[in-house]
Design a protein around this ligand. Structure first.
Ligand SMILES: Nc1ncnc2c1ncn2[C@@H]1O[C@H](COP(=O)(O)OP(=O)(O)OP(=O)(O)O)[C@@H](O)[C@H]1O
Length: 342
């Protein structure tokens, strides 16, 4: 079996797709759908800072990919009137890389650090000082002749994004004045995201089609928008051009996204678990070999959603299928199933 191709339900995006996403990004908090608590908190912090003419506190956003962390960072920059300076943990390997970015910031700029949990240790320590005292020590020269020149930085705001808030060291976490966790979106919220996106694509999305797409988007706006683009493709090439229920059903079938938002890889994993390993427990590597995939792909790409939806349980002895997994595949769970409670 070959799962090499890009998955239509992948929550991550490559650079090309990010460019396509740009047109659909909400530009203000008012346009940002869902996350009501976080939106209200951000609104308060940004409004208060604007009234004082000050840069807002540093903001840490955590949550799975595709839920709007980058979008919120852009909105924060738009509200502060500064420029968004994007970078990422893996891109800042040396303290010098960060010093270069910090020393080029202007008043009210927003430094967006994606995957902030992957910052190199030395850069992390430099960031503490920059966030707290708006100061950076720039080292000039090498060896015994090296000198450290303190540089005062303008007031700026760090927006850190992470999928793993628990991996951030406490001293870094403590320097954020506002920490927000992005939750998966409800079907209702995704319908609103989809309807808005269709409008931006100069199309009208039939309400029934919006409901169907929302239910298959894994609670993730990025996936919803991607499915919408595939529906638009189908409608243009094979349909009447209208984003209606028929076009939506046909596109979802073509891309093999089922009623729960599972695709071929997800179903292959469940199928192997239920039929070849009697429901488990089975080790990740054995399971991955059975579906012809890398263990890492199964663990990071398929498994999180299958666990979240209650199809798989992770135990110290390996992965186990729940009764819901059998039912979803149209199979009868064994009476003495490995996980009879579910
Ligand atoms: N609340 C929202 N309302 C409308 N569209 C949204 C919302 N959240 C995200 N989107 C859309 O989903 C896409 C992905 O969002 P974004 O890039 O902000 O996610 P992310 O959490 O930063 O993901 P990653 O961690 O992979 O960078 C964007 O095109 C954006 O327009």
């Amino acid at each position: 079996m070959d799962f090499e191709e890009e998955r239509v339900v992948d929550a991550q995006a490559g650079d090309l797709e990010r460019a396509a996403e740009a047109a659909l990004r909400p530009g203000s908090l008012g346009e940002f759908v869902g996350q009501p608590k976080l939106r209200a908190q951000l609104d308060l912090v940004l409004t208060a800072a604007a009234q004082r003419g000050a840069a807002p506190d540093h903001v840490l956003l955590s949550g799975p990919p595709g839920l709007g962390k980058t979008t919120l960072a852009m909105i924060i920059a738009a509200e502060t009137g500064g420029v968004l300076r994007p970078t990422s943990g893996p891109a800042v390997q040396h303290a010098g890389d960060l010093a270069a970015i910090l020393s080029s910031l202007n008043e009210h700029d927003v430094l967006f650090i994606d995957e902030i949990h992957r910052l190199a240790r030395a850069a992390e320590e430099m960031l503490y000082l920059a966030m707290e005292d708006f100061r950076v020590d720039v080292v000039v020269g090498k060896g015994p002749g090296a000198t450290s020149i303190p540089l005062t930085l303008p007031r700026f705001t760090v927006v850190g994004a992470t999928t793993r808030a628990g991996l951030l060291p406490a001293p870094l976490r403590d320097r954020f004045g506002l920490t927000g966790h992005l939750e998966f979106y409800s079907d209702d919220e995704l319908e609103r995201v989809l309807t808005r996106s269709a409008g931006l694509l100069n199309a009208t999305l039939d309400p029934q089609a919006a409901a169907l797409l929302a239910a298959r988007s894994r609670g993730t706006p990025r996936i919803a928008n991607r499915l919408l683009r595939r529906v638009q493709d189908w409608a243009q090439v094979h349909g009447t051009g209208a984003l209606d229920l028929a076009a939506t059903e046909a596109a979802l079938e073509l891309f093999e996204v089922d009623a729960k938002g599972l695709d071929r890889l997800d179903r292959a994993v469940l199928h192997a678990l239920c039929t070849r390993f009697g429901g488990g427990p089975v080790g990740l590597t054995t399971l991955a070999v059975a579906v012809g995939e890398e263990a890492e792909t199964v663990e990071t790409v398929a498994e999180p959603f299958l666990v979240r939806e209650g199809f798989i349980v992770r135990s110290p002895r390996g992965r186990m299928a729940t009764a819901a997994a059998y039912h979803h595949l149209g199979l009868t769970p064994p009476a003495d199933g490995a996980f009879p409670g579910l």
